[in-house]
Ligand binder design. Structure first.
Ligand SMILES: Cc1cc2nc3c(=O)[nH]c(=O)nc-3n(C[C@H](O)[C@H](O)[C@H](O)COP(=O)(O)OP(=O)(O)OC[C@H]3O[C@@H](n4cnc5c(N)ncnc54)[C@H](O)[C@@H]3O)c2cc1C
Length: 288
């Protein structure tokens, strides 16, 4: 009896160990960016934790297993949305998608940011998910990467050696890979005020609030800048004259090579990209 009981207890322990949601991980909650950078620099396998909407899920699936989580929640210097001297918007990396939607400065200077943020997932995700987390995770189906590329945004990255800026075009390097290297933090995203630039964003998603099948962001200021998401590991930038025929021609010449999956074939995604690009540019033309 006792040996059987011991066996069962061992099995239960094994099951319990296997069933815990997360592997053991250290947790730190710094009070300044400098302290956060020190913590990130001290351990190669430390990861920044923003809203946790992606990171905690991938940890639960054992796709990522950081040794240390450096929670950015108390870094008030990373939350404000402000206006720079040149009139551009400075979005703190820890500004949530809901902060972007509610910001009077965003509504006044670059309303497309609020419009697109309001279409992302549901209110719970928007209340927790941050601008920094959205671009740093660089999930190819996320809304903000193509929007930032089309808008000509600039990312500020801090490390222990100082800060540097990277254009959105150079920021996205691959699936879940960006110009932020281990030990660094994205601190803010700067987006030029619209001025005379018109913006458009069209997407086709799985269901109303679901994953993107194709996302297209466009700006028009003389020429059209079209950034396409979900068709490659990083947003694809295409420039064109802003009339419908030129946009179609530019999209056909762009050599898009999208993936096929359960939500759509490569051919369907290529077709969607062209249709959505024409619509996004037409919207941008009329809103500039
Ligand atoms: C159910 C669901 C549906 C979703 N649907 C969509 C959608 O349709 N479109 C869309 O765009 N998004 C979608 N998202 C993503 C969501 O909008 C968040 O942007 C995303 O989850 C990451 O934001 P976060 O703040 O939670 O980051 P975290 O999950 O905390 O972090 C994500 C990654 O970024 C890194 N990171 C975060 N902040 C920084 C920083 N300042 N510097 C350096 N690295 C940093 C982390 O280390 C981690 O690797 C969805 C999420 C969920 C859970």
């Amino acid at each position: 009896m006792s040996s059987r009981g011991g066996c069962l207890a061992g099995a239960a322990r094994a099951w319990f160990n296997h069933a815990v949601l997360l592997n053991e991980v250290e947790y730190a909650r710094p009070e300044s960016v400098a302290e956060a950078l020190e913590l990130l620099g001290a351990n190669d396998n430390a990861r920044a934790l923003a809203g946790g909407q992606t990171l905690v899920n991938v940890m639960k699936q054992r796709l990522a297993s950081p040794d240390v989580l450096v929670d950015l929640a108390d870094l008030e210097e990373l939350t404000p949305i402000t206006v720079a001297e040149d009139g551009s918007l400075e979005l703190g990396a820890m500004a949530t998608l809901s902060d972007v939607i509610d910001s009077a400065e965003v509504r006044e200077r670059r309303p497309i940011l609020a419009e697109v943020a309001s279409r992302i997932a549901d209110v719970q995700v928007r209340n927790r998910g941050t601008v920094g987390g959205n671009v740093c995770s660089n999930d190819p189906t996320n809304h903000l990467p193509p929007l930032m590329v089309a808008a000509g945004a600039t990312m500020t990255i801090a490390g222990q050696g100082g800060t540097r800026t990277v254009s959105a075009e150079d920021f996205f390097l691959g699936v879940y890979m960006t110009a932020v290297t281990p030990g660094e933090l994205l601190t803010r995203v700067s987006v030029p005020a619209a001025g005379g630039t018109g913006d458009g964003f069209y997407s086709v998603t799985v269901g109303n609030e679901g994953t993107g099948i194709v996302n297209v962001a466009a700006t028009v200021n003389g020429e059209a800048r079209i950034a396409i998401g979900c068709v490659s590991a990083v947003p694809v930038l295409v420039t064109s004259r802003p009339d419908d025929d030129s946009v179609r021609e530019a999209m056909r010449g762009a050599g898009l090579d999208p993936p096929s999956d359960v939500h759509g074939s490569a051919e369907y995604r290529r077709h969607l990209a062209e249709v959505l690009a024409v619509r996004a540019v037409a919207h941008a033309r009329s809103s500039g």
